[in-house]
Design a protein around this ligand. Structure first.
Ligand code: MRU
Length: 367
């Protein structure tokens, strides 16, 4: 998508530098900084420190990390070591393991001499596929938005609520939850997006930056406002992203998603999840029991980063000295609270049958 009129993907390969370029998201929305990722340590730090973040983008980044690993040492032993190293960077988003597994499966049968070039080609392929997947999620989600718009008086906006940032910078391009919004806006459907702030790291500010750059009307709200808005008939539909969805359709996403789904259920508001197929974990049924939830540094809760009046980006403490913080970064929304899953192949119920119906070859391969 565009930043100040220039089209960007959230990562790209620089042939001259022979290195991956990323947008360092720690400084957004206040500062747009591009960074070169040149060592395996850089790759791990980029994911751990959330310079890159969002399940699909983490997966694509890891694929480029594997490409670098194969350039440095294409042996099986090194491949396995780097698989472990990168897979340990963030535990919840399944795209990381998916991308590393895909690289390993493609590269292991090859002669060592061929692995570096093949790994880089594969990383490009994974990045390009992500763009196409998200574009199609957008087209499928657009149908749902069109249906809502058709029932409203002409000119009245479709009011969507989203949590976290499942936007283009959480993917390679388009985003997942935002892709239907971009498509609907570009088609001329009036929209208004309620953007949850998403404490502790305020990914809602990233979503606001994205939507603002694309001219989509939106309002940034506190995490606790969603239930009230739904109760008062101000939300037509919720669309969130997902970091891992189980084969029966339980959805693990940024902390707070579950509460939005409960409020949506209580108020009869449709709750949809934009789900790219690499985010399905076909090995897990029960998301609450079996998905590891990342516990992040408590400092993310006790402190907050923002733009100071002097124009500097800085951090302030919001709690008394010594107050302990707790920081589970994700939660699981059981499938019974999910109205439907918007995938690249269509919209399906959040059930084992629904997912297997759209992705039969993946469901069978996992049996
Ligand atoms: O901790 P983050 O910022 O990586 O969490 C991201 C989310 O929870 C997103 O909503 C999810 O990855 C979907 S991204 C298309």
């Amino acid at each position: 998508m565009k930043v100040n009129g220039t089209h960007y993907r959230s990562l790209w390969w620089d042939d001259a530098k022979g290195a991956l370029q990323i947008i360092d998201q720690r400084w957004l929305p206040h500062d747009f900084r591009v960074q070169s990722v040149e060592t395996l340590e850089d790759f791990a730090a980029a994911i751990v420190e959330m310079r890159v973040r969002g399940a699909p983008l983490i997966g694509a980044t890891a694929a480029y990390g594997m490409a670098l690993a194969m350039k440095l040492d294409p042996s099986d032993a090194h491949m396995n070591k780097v698989w472990e190293y990168l897979n340990a960077t963030r535990p919840t988003a399944i795209n990381l393991r998916w991308a590393l597994n895909r690289c390993q499966a493609a590269l292991l049968p090859l002669a060592e001499a061929d692995r570096a070039a093949a790994a880089l080609r594969l990383a490009h392929e994974i990045a390009d596929e992500d763009v196409e997947i998200n574009r199609n999620i957008g087209l499928n989600g657009l149908e749902l938005i069109r249906d809502i718009a058709a029932k409203k008086p002409a000119g009245e906006p479709v009011r969507l609520l989203t949590h976290c940032n499942a936007g283009w910078i959480a993917t390679v391009d388009w985003g997942t939850a935002t892709s239907p919004m971009y498509h609907a806006h570009d088609e001329g459907i009036p929209l208004h997006i309620w953007v949850d702030e998403t404490r502790p790291r305020n990914q809602g500010a990233l979503t606001s930056w994205e939507l603002g750059s694309h001219g989509i009307p939106h309002t940034y709200i506190t995490d606790n406002a969603g239930g009230h808005l739904m109760q008062n008939g101000q939300v037509d539909m919720v669309i969130t992203g997902t970091d891992r969805t189980t084969r029966r359709g339980d959805v693990c996403n940024k902390i707070g998603t579950y509460l939005k789904a409960l409020a949506a259920k209580d108020n009869g508001v449709p709750f949809y999840v934009a789900l790219p197929s690499p985010t399905i974990d076909w090995t897990v049924d029960d998301g609450v029991a079996d998905i590891p939830i990342e516990e992040r540094n408590a400092r993310e809760t006790t402190h907050i980063q923002g733009l100071a009046p002097d124009g500097q980006i800085g951090e302030v403490q919001v709690t008394p000295m010594g107050t302990p913080g707790g920081n589970p970064a994700f939660d699981v929304t059981p499938n019974r609270l999910v109205t439907g899953l918007i995938t690249e192949r269509g919209v399906c119920p959040a059930t084992a049958e629904g997912l297997a119906g759209l992705f039969p070859e993946m469901a069978q391969a996992a049996e």
